[in-house]
Design a binder for this molecule. Structure first.
Ligand code: ATP
Ligand code: MG
Length: 435
């Protein structure tokens, strides 16, 4: 071998450090593989619980785990709430441990540090080790992961912690995306509901204008026809073959008049007698009239009327009509009995009046037949009726809608077929209202 081909000498030290470097690269590849496996298990969109389950599996691959708990920050109260725990029966002991750690100040120290921390358990027997993994993004803390391991603190390696930290970072990003997706979905649904309400209000307003004009045009000739029939019927010597059809004509004219008057009511016709109303008293008054009959149909009535409910301004008779109507519909929907719950509560606004009640809610919940998804959007439409329910012309709810709208309020419905229906009425409280 010539002088120029002579291989450079490698010292033993260099070999060891090359081996170490090689080992480190292999470990790094392993870690990356585990991270990508975790990522691959999560479909988009996933919810927090799906991400959590995949995360717990990855944790178990890296370290021996007894209990694993997820505490998420509640957006309203900013408190840490236990969202999930594995195994499921360890929830209360997990919460107890966290309460103790909060009391000692360890908890806030870990949150502020935003780094994994090893602490001795204060609650679990044999004083096992707890690994706390904060879940946070650049902007905020989402929660904290609680891992109870039988391994002694001194045996938990830097490598273990590094991998857990990488997994928790990945998990934080996925959870943040899942939360944003949920929020966006909710906002989209609210927007869709608001849009549907506007379309419904527009539709009813234009039907209202049309029916109000047409109803007056019908009532005038109808009164003339009815008057003439009555005159003819006064003839005592009339043969039954003539008086019978005349009586039928009279009956049917009265029926037409009743429907047309309902239509006028729907189109907000008629004077309102406005006064101060205590809705709880009004409900009691209406209930005292119908309770016997409703109970007779095997329907249990539950009242949850809020004490000191603020008063509203309104027309006593018209609002009673709404209550009667909702009760009558609920009764028709519970032909085999059931439960009707009537509740009231005051609602606070979100503007400068926050804290003071701005409106009241009257809620009617029944356990009746419910309404299908396709039909629920149409129930406030005039003449919409579902066969077999009641036998009316389908004007009741549209009249209720008009009355509540005239009071500056809203009426909404939520229903599930074969489970039940809930109507929510919101009415503004009277200015300077005293309960
Ligand atoms: N609580 C309820 N549970 C189930 N279905 C209901 C309930 N309330 C209303 N509905 C459905 O909505 C339809 C429309 O109700 P609405 O009160 O307007 O008309 P109606 O009761 O059929 O007739 P009318 O009230 O004019 O006598 C009803 O036919 C009924 O099927
Ligand atoms: Mg009805």
């Amino acid at each position: 071998m010539s002088q120029s081909e002579k291989k450079p000498e490698i010292s033993e030290k260099q070999v060891t450090s090359l081996q170490k470097g090689y080992q480190a690269i292999l470990e790094f590849i392993d870690e990356m593989e585990q991270l990508s496996q975790f990522q691959d298990r999560i479909d988009i969109p996933s919810n927090i619980n799906q991400i959590w389950e995949a995360f717990v599996d990855e944790i178990r691959k890296s370290i021996n785990v007894d209990v694993c708990g997820l505490f998420m920050v509640d957006e309203d109260t900013h408190e840490f709430v236990l969202q999930n725990v594995s195994p499921h029966d360890k929830g209360s002991i997990c919460k107890k441990e966290i309460d103790f750690q909060v009391e000692c100040g360890t908890f806030s120290w870990i949150i502020n540090r935003r780094q994994p921390a090893l602490i001795p358990s204060l609650v679990f027997k044999n004083r096992k080790t707890i690994i706390m993994l904060p879940l946070s993004t650049a902007k905020r803390t989402l929660g904290i992961v609680f891992i109870l391991t039988p391994i002694e603190e001194s045996s938990i390696t830097h490598k273990n912690l590094k991998l857990l930290k990488m997994l928790s970072r990945q998990c934080s990003l996925m959870m943040e995306n899942a939360l944003l997706y949920e929020k966006l979905k909710k906002e989209h649904e609210n927007l869709k509901k608001a849009q549907a309400r506007i379309i419904q209000a527009e539709k009813l307003a234009s039907i209202g204008r049309l029916t109000s004009g047409a109803s007056h045009e019908i009532l005038n000739p109808l009164n003339i026809i009815s008057g003439h029939i009555q005159l003819l019927l006064m003839d005592r010597g009339m043969s039954p073959s003539i008086s019978r059809p005349l009586n039928i004509m009279q009956e049917q004219s009265e029926r037409i008049a009743k429907i047309v008057k309902s239509l006028l009511q729907f189109s907000h016709y008629g004077k309102q007698e406005i006064g101060v109303i205590n809705v709880n008293d009004l409900i009691e008054k209406v209930m005292s009239m119908v309770e016997y009959e409703v109970k007779h149909h095997g329907i249990q009535i539950v009242r949850e009327l809020e004490l000191n409910l603020p008063s509203i301004m309104g027309d006593d008779d018209k609002l009673s009509q709404v209550l009667f109507h909702l009760i009558s519909n609920a009764k028709d929907a519970m032909l085999n009995g059931g439960m009707l719950k009537i509740s009231t509560r005051a609602l606070s606004g979100t503007n400068q009046l926050q804290g003071k009640p701005e409106s009241i809610e009257i809620r009617f919940e029944d356990t009746g037949s419910g309404i299908s998804e396709e039909e629920v959007d149409k129930i406030f439409d005039p003449f919409f009726t579902i066969e077999g329910a009641g036998n009316g012309p389908g004007l009741g709810l549209s009249i209720c809608y008009g009355i509540i709208q005239d009071h500056g309020g809203t009426i909404n419905v939520e229903s599930k077929l074969n489970e039940g229906t809930a109507f929510f009425i919101h009415l503004p409280v009277a200015v300077e209202s005293k309960p």
